[in-house]
Write a protein that binds this ligand. Structure first.
Ligand code: ADP
Length: 457
């Protein structure tokens, strides 16, 4: 079958769906294809934190922030490998995109926090769990405009179609009913996400980490880098593919973020199998993961107390209650640190010493690892521990884009009719993406891509 539309989008995660809504708001007819049976991609299973400078929420919490600080932390936190212009677009449009999401009906909590590796308390948390708030917001809009926005699931894009004069005019996909050709008069937006679930592709590009072949991933299984491969075939510039992000926070069985008991950076410490701390737990994700890989068995315990879980039915960032995790044996709970240490098999003496030193740092003593992000001491029972290992989380490399999300070819020339947004793009986050910057990226650049494509002739 052949379908004609104005804006055609490949991938129905956060970037693709924000682009769909934005393109429609800007007057375009839209088709979105998604290879999986359901929309949402990695976005819907993400921890959901969204970074933005937001005086309205930060000032009442006594948090100082500025666009410049956000810019500098993002740029320097990626070892200055990110494209300064793209970083600028990201940090300046982060809050306007929150307002746009709110205009579409999405709700964020009133307080901000520091998500793992965010380096600063500017992470916003949606009211709905995980990434469902973003996806439901976009799907509500799309369902209300289903006469003009069509979504085809179980339809996998295979190749981009380029006209004789070099313009991308559509793509060819496969569904269970056969071949689907989509013609797009205004533009095609590639929003297929990253390649964290493609072990072969990870191995092909990894030059920075030790072998990643046996490391699990937080990603959904559709994160296989298809858009990067399709774009590369038509000469798009593919950049910084070696920049693969790991988290020190994987579930030991699955690699997923599920079961992670941390609630935010300030109130938890990490200890190794000896019960000793080994890193500044407010550090960059790559720094913490590297430090974790140097510990025995590359494993650690996250330690928190009642400040993180005032009650047993308090949920983590994955919407799991601490009681349920303890019941399943995925977290441990005790009335004293000594007892907790015995349950998890670390030296009680070391664990107590580690916590005491941390508590002294909360009170103002210099932290031995240089940590600066604190809130509460770990001093109130019950105490909890959860085991974590390194896991592949995000791929910072991908398709090179301009600030208008136009795809650039290997000679630096814009490919007419082709746009890209979200994790499929490369060169925004550099060597290390700050925690909470992916959802900012995906929603912000998706929104820009939709608007740009809709305005094409
Ligand atoms: P982002 O956060 O950048 O939006 P996501 O992982 O949330 O990335 O979403 C990307 C979506 O694209 C996923 O739902 C994934 O299944 C889909 N996708 C990946 N490759 C293809 C393809 N070849 N055809 C159609 N959809 C695809």
């Amino acid at each position: 079958i052949t379908k004609d539309t104005e804006v055609a989008i490949i991938g129905a995660g956060g970037a693709g769906l924000s682009a769909a809504v934005s393109a429609h708001q800007n007057g375009a007819k839209v088709i979105v294809i998604e290879k999986m049976p359901n929309v949402g991609g990695n976005t819907i299973i993400s921890g959901s934190a969204y970074n933005a400078v937001d005086e309205k929420r930060q000032a009442p919490q006594g948090i100082e922030d500025s666009i410049e600080k956000f810019y500098t932390q993002t740029y320097e936190g990626g070892d200055k490998q990110g494209d300064p212009e793209l970083v600028r677009v990201l940090v300046e449009n982060a809050y306007p995109t929150i307002e746009w999401l709110e205009s579409l009906g999405m709700e964020f909590k009133d307080t901000v926090f520091t998500v793992l590796g965010a380096l600063w308390p500017r992470s916003h948390k949606p009211v709905e769990p995980l990434g469902t708030g973003y996806i439901n917001t976009y799907m509500n809009y799309i369902n209300e405009h289903s006469d003009e926005i069509e979504i085809l699931t179980e339809t996998e894009a295979k190749e981009l179609v380029v006209s004789e004069d070099g313009r991308v005019t559509g793509f060819i996909a496969e569904s269970k009913n056969g071949k689907v050709t989509v013609n797009a008069s205004k533009g095609v937006i590639v929003a297929t996400g990253g390649f964290g679930a493609n072990v072969e592709m990870r191995d092909q590009y990894n030059t920075i980490w030790p072998a990643l072949t046996n490391i699990k991933t937080t990603n959904h299984k559709g994160a296989t880098g298809d858009g990067i491969v399709m774009a590369e075939k038509i000469n798009a510039s593919i950049v910084q593919m070696e920049n693969i992000q790991l988290l020190p926070m994987g579930d030991p069985e699955t690699g997923s973020l599920s079961g992670n008991i941390e609630q935010g950076v300030e109130n938890r410490i990490f200890v190794n199998s000896d019960g000793n701390r080994f890193v500044d737990e407010g550090e960059r994700r790559d720094v913490m993961t590297n430090a974790l890989m140097e510990q025995e068995d590359s494993m650690m315990w996250v330690i928190v107390d009642q400040h993180s879980y005032p009650t047993g039915d308090t949920v983590n960032n994955f919407n799991e209650s601490i009681d349920s995790l303890v019941e399943q044996g995925r977290a441990f709970k005790a009335d004293t640190l000594e007892e907790l240490a015995q349950q998890i098999g670390v030296s009680p003496e070391n664990l107590v010493k580690s916590v005491e030193a941390f508590n002294a740092a909360v009170d103002g003593a210099t932290d031995e690892f240089g940590r600066t992000l604190f809130m509460h001491k770990i001093d109130t029972a019950p105490f909890y521990a959860g085991k974590r290992v390194p896991t592949v989380h995000h791929t910072m490399g991908g398709i090179k884009i301009t600030p208008e999300t136009r795809v650039v070819d290997v000679n630096g020339v814009v490919i007419p009719g082709l746009f890209a947004a979200g994790e499929v793009t490369g060169g925004i986050h550099g060597a290390n993406r700050l925690g909470g910057n992916a959802l900012t990226d995906v929603n912000t650049f998706g929104r820009i891509a939709g608007a740009q494509a809709a305005k094409e002739n």
